[in-house]
Design a protein around this ligand. Structure first.
Ligand SMILES: *[C@@H]1O[C@H](CO)[C@@H](O)[C@H](O)[C@H]1NC(C)=O
Length: 257
């Protein structure tokens, strides 16, 4: 009889590990995102491609002027969500843009059409020499947010959170509560919350808007002293590895202003 409890507990352990594995496998299936978790994606295939270009020193104006002149050739093929220059955060001389695609097949089609578009390809040539490095990330909007548009022009902040391995099933609820605490208390306008599909995994990007860099800074300081925000953030910080932000200034041709 003395062996029974330990036999039972090892059987329990096996069962638990089988269950954990089954849950992990289910987590990979897109249809299994619960309505209140930061599910890996929305139900449709729409995704957002984040592109960051590091430009050669002092080439920002030239790059933006060329792009402004020709971007209509590119947006004829697919939707540009926003185009910003990076004011603060990491390297200088960076631009950041977001492109929307219905699904991966759509992107493949667009890339093919863009490659065949002689006028666009020609317009690209002067810009190619101005770019040092390009980075791409594919992201989905989390299921609990829609992409918002601010009513007037302002500045944007992209905050990128590197979360612990485990995915939204582990940290989704806490993360959502932390973001919503900021939203509900009106410290800044939320534009979108994006979960990375290709790039650094377990990464979430939060895009905020405010009238100016100063009001954004004021809101940040106030929110950090608000016990309701602090309580919500304290929980999600348990799952946080690192975090980073950038202040973004919309370009004149950016749809998101
Ligand atoms: C911008 O920030 C200020 C300061 O926190 C805040 O009062 C205001 O509501 C913010 N604007 C929006 C649209 O969120």
């Amino acid at each position: 009889m003395a062996v029974l409890p330990s036999a039972r507990s090892s059987a329990m352990l096996v069962l638990r590990s089988v269950l954990t594995r089954a849950l992990a496998a289910r987590k990979l299936a897109p249809q299994v995102c619960s309505s209140f978790a930061t599910g890996p994606r929305q139900y449709d295939g729409t995704f957002y491609e984040f592109r960051t270009y590091c430009l050669k020193p002092s080439k920002m104006n030239e790059f933006l002027e060329n792009t402004k002149k020709n971007i209509h050739l590119r947006t004829a093929h697919s939707e540009l969500v926003g185009f910003w220059s990076v004011e603060f955060g990491g390297q200088v001389n960076k631009v950041f843009h977001i492109w929307k695609y219905d699904n991966f097949a759509h992107r493949t089609e667009v890339r093919k059409a863009v490659a065949k578009d002689k006028e666009w390809q020609q317009s690209l040539t002067p810009n190619l020499g101005l770019i040092d490095k390009q980075e791409i990330e594919i992201t989905y909007l989390v299921p609990w947010c829609k992409l918002e548009k601010p009513a007037k022009e302002g500045v944007y902040e992209l905050v990128s959170f590197q979360m612990k391995p485990g995915g939204p099933a582990l940290w989704g609820d806490a993360f959502k509560r932390a973001i919503n605490a900021h939203v509900d208390l009106g410290y800044s306008k939320l534009i979108g919350v994006f979960h990375t599909e290709y790039g650094e995994l377990n990464r979430v990007h939060v895009l905020w808007w405010n009238e100016s860099a100063d009001s954004r800074a004021a809101g940040r300081h106030q929110s950090h002293e608000d016990p309701r925000v602090v309580a919500a953030v304290r929980e999600s910080v348990n799952y946080l590895v690192s975090q980073q932000n950038m202040l973004l200034i919309p370009t004149s041709f950016s749809p998101l202003k």
